[in-house]
Design a binder for this molecule. Structure first.
Ligand SMILES: Cc1cc2nc3c(=O)[nH]c(=O)nc-3n(C[C@H](O)[C@H](O)[C@H](O)COP(=O)(O)OP(=O)(O)OC[C@H]3O[C@@H](n4cnc5c(N)ncnc54)[C@H](O)[C@@H]3O)c2cc1C
Length: 506
């Protein structure tokens, strides 16, 4: 017992030393070093900078002790992601891709010997890994991917085309996804995952993309014609699709780690700006509309803190998360909307200087935007939250939204705050656009519940109070919008009577 306790203390001390050192190194690299000025507006990352970052061994937070890492404790993973995104969102995404889209899936599902060999290269050689799911014809509709595999020489031959895999041309390992090609040439429904070692041929970059933001990360289109040994196929406990859901939910639940430092930085820098910028003889912070924007930024910071708290306690690497669609989809879509909203407000408050290419405000808008698209487009995730909740309401025989929210553990505390809006009957046959709005309302309610829980533990009461007020108003507005949104149909052609010029009275 004594031995266990002291080894846990040692482990925590090792982690504490690491994170302090990591923060100092990043601060120096991103702010003080003359060599790395404007690194955010140049593509790639200077090799010396990369060397200094990787020498801190940040990816060890995702790796089990058995494989030479710090142990993979979720709150430590989130805290490393936070430290990274406080200085650079693309850097944090780079760490997030490695951790959530490669190391954690390999830890959970790879053959033990294979996981040990691969992880050894991460801890000793700073190896990197990414995940390829998306294809040019199949993004949101990934289950219909056309990349396929067949058995060949004690292993598998995988063929297809993948694009937008983060770390294109850079990763030492890839998780490749494919469907089995059956004897009749058609593809099986299930999805399988294979580890590809980039020292072997078979993943060739056909084109590098000029991505709009996230300059540090390379993206592109890859032709796949790879052979992987039999033991390099991941071992799903049941279906591959269930394994994929577990991976994606785990990754979505960890988005708040990447968002946390980003929002904290925006909160710090925007507050500093509005205190020091004088307009009309007084600092910006004196203006009521400016206060409103700052309160919203601080509320997104608080909501994200609550999500980090939730994820730390509910997403241990030992836990199957394949059924956790509501918390995972709520957290991912709400926190990424908050990232975009906070950066829009930051740029508004900074004014013209924020529009300089090298200013964090403008870069934040561009760099955070794809978070609303990848790993599940937010529009689709919001709809899925509604579908899931409506199904649970049907099963429970409930029609009142308030009754359901009160009975559901992820919303029960929040339900009291929004009772006056939520005491309505929900129609099971809502249009898709209404399902999306309702899903957003539900996602905000789930987030609000987490904020209440964080408040109960003693988090800053001023921030909690403001956040609950903002969320209550937003949730009320969203519910109103569900009722008032019409069923308008887009015009497919505007050729007829569509030019204002002809309608001006001479
Ligand atoms: C910066 C960046 C990083 C990425 N990283 C990776 C990665 O590491 N690995 C990887 O495999 N992929 C990655 N992707 C790809 C990403 O996951 C896909 O872009 C995403 O799944 C959407 O697919 P798509 O681009 O083909 O868009 P589409 O599937 O064409 O969808 C476009 C839009 O259409 C709408 N839409 C689609 N379906 C529906 C529907 N059923 N109902 C209503 N509206 C709908 C949504 O608004 C959606 O955003 C990345 C993308 C970006 C931009």
């Amino acid at each position: 017992m004594q031995l266990d306790q002291s080894s846990t203390t040692n482990r925590h001390q090792l982690y504490a030393d690491f994170i302090t050192h990591y923060r100092t190194v990043l601060n120096k690299l991103f702010r003080e070093s003359q060599n790395h000025r404007n690194v955010s507006v140049k593509r790639g990352i200077p090799p010396m900078m990369m060397r200094d970052i990787m020498q801190c061994h940040p990816l060890n937070v995702f790796i089990s002790e058995e494989h030479g890492g710090f142990g993979g404790e979720v709150r430590e993973c989130l805290s490393m992601l936070e430290a990274s995104s406080y200085e650079s969102l693309p850097l944090s995404l780079m760490m997030g891709i490695n951790g959530a889209l490669f190391i954690q899936p390999v830890t959970r599902y790879a053959h033990t010997n294979v996981a040990a060999t691969v992880m050894e290269r991460f801890t000793n050689e700073h190896a990197m890994g990414g995940l390829m799911i998306t294809e040019p014809g199949y993004g949101s509709d990934a289950l219909h991917m056309q990349t396929c595999f067949q058995n060949e020489n004690n292993g598998y031959r995988i063929k297809g085309t993948k694009h937008w895999g983060g770390l294109t041309g850079w990763a030492d390992y890839w998780l490749l996804t494919a469907r089995r090609q059956k004897a009749d040439g058609t593809l099986a429904r299930d999805i399988d995952f294979f580890i590809h070692d980039s020292r072997n041929p078979g993943v060739e970059v056909e084109e590098y993309f000029d991505n709009l933001g996230l300059y540090m990360l390379p993206y592109g289109r890859n032709k796949i014609n790879a052979h992987v040994p039999g033991s390099f196929r991941l071992q799903p406990p049941s279906t591959g699709i269930k394994m994929m859901l577990d991976m994606l939910h785990r990754s979505r639940l960890q988005f708040p780690g990447m968002a946390m430092g980003f929002l904290r930085r925006i909160m710090d820098d925007s507050l500093e700006h509005v205190k020091t910028r004088n307009v009309g003889g007084k600092s910006l912070l004196h203006y009521d509309q400016v206060k409103e924007r700052i309160v919203r930024i601080q509320s997104w910071f608080t909501s994200c803190s609550a999500m980090c708290n939730y994820t730390s306690e509910h997403a241990a690497i030992t836990k199957d998360l394949s059924l956790e669609d509501v918390p995972a989809n709520s957290i991912k879509s709400v926190v990424t909307d908050m990232m975009q909203d906070a950066s829009q407000s930051f740029l508004q408050l900074v004014g013209a200087n924020g529009y300089r290419m090298d200013h964090m405000a403008g870069r934040g808008i561009i760099d955070s935007r794809p978070f609303q698209i990848f790993e599940g487009s937010n529009d689709i995730l919001y709809q899925q939250i509604t579908e899931s909740v409506l199904k649970k309401m049907r099963k429970a025989g409930l029609t009142s939204l308030y009754d359901y929210l009160k009975s559901y553990e992820l919303t029960s505390k929040a339900s009291e705050y929004i009772k006056k809006y939520a005491d309505v009957t929900i129609d099971q046959s809502l249009s898709q656009r209404k399902q999306v709005i309702l899903g957003k309302m539900l996602g905000y309610t789930v987030s609000m519940n987490m904020v209440i829980q964080l408040g109960e533990r003693g988090f800053n009461s001023h921030l909690i109070h403001n956040t609950l007020e903002i969320l209550t108003t937003d949730i009320g507005n969203l519910l109103e919008a569900v009722h008032h949104t019409g069923e308008t149909i887009p015009a497919e052609s505007i050729d007829q009577d569509g030019d204002w010029f002809g309608f001006v009275k001479a």
